[in-house]
Design a protein around this ligand. Structure first.
Ligand code: MD6
Ligand code: FE
Length: 217
């Protein structure tokens, strides 16, 4: 038997129900970066505050009908951007198409994301280990797209102290996870300086951008 028969060259199994689609976003990068510029011109990146009072090193924005926010009163999804009280910008078509393509390749053909959280990591920014648990339906996967500088993704178990595997993520990589991996702890190690992709707009160079698509409501 071919031990690797369940893997394709472009779809690597990280853990059960967690896949890495290496470079899947590359053919669409121009449209994705243009969509990102449109979104952040309406809802700019900002550093949110955790319920414990810490300012996050990662700057965030959102698009889609719901957006993830945190402040002193807690973590939640909102329909309005608290910076301007306007609805979050619409999800660009290229974002939705990529998210649905990635989900379909990973066994979720009916994925209908209503929220896209946009994270910007400058050098030294990081995301400590956390679980994504503010969504309503945990049977829906999360699709995560990496753009810009490389980063090291940590994927652990179901307790914060469980040991983690460390996975390098490059410009254009897409991670999809759901099912038995949906509640794993995960994070991003402090971003190191590196090389930005060629022709990237100045606003998006020297950083890593992560798009995470969820069915939040
Ligand atoms: C990041 N990602 O890659 C942070 N969450 O910058 C996440 O927190 C994340 O990549 C759930 C599923 C996939 C992810
Ligand atoms: Fe997360």
């Amino acid at each position: 038997m071919d031990l690797f028969s369940s893997q394709q060259a472009d779809k690597l199994i990280i853990l059960p129900d967690a896949y890495l689609l290496k470079g899947l976003a590359l053919p669409e990068q121009t449209e994705l970066l243009a969509g990102l510029q449109d979104v952040i011109s309406l809802s700019p990146f900002r550093h949110m505050v955790t319920p414990g009072g810490f300012t996050m090193s990662v700057a965030m924005s959102n698009c889609g009908s719901l957006g993830w926010v945190t402040d002193r009163s807690g973590y939640r999804y909102t329909a309005y951007d608290p910076l301007n009280d306007a609805p979050w910008p619409a999800m660009p078509e290229a974002f939705l198409a990529l998210a649905q393509n990635a989900a379909t390749k990973s066994g979720y053909p009916d994925f209908q994301p209503d929220a896209c959280l946009i994270n910007r990591y400058n050098i030294d920014a990081r995301m400590t280990l956390h679980q994504d648990k503010n969504e309503v339906d945990f049977t829906q996967p999360i699709v995560s797209v990496s753009l810009g500088l490389n980063a090291v993704f940590q994927l652990g178990g179901f307790q914060r102290t469980d040991k983690t595997i460390k996975l390098p993520l490059a410009h254009g990589d897409v991670v999809v996870w759901g099912g038995s991996s949906r509640m794993r702890f995960h994070g991003i190690l402090p971003l190191k300086a590196g090389l930005s992709p060629p022709n990237i707009t100045p606003a998006l160079s020297n950083c890593r951008i992560n798009l995470t698509f969820r069915k939040a409501g």
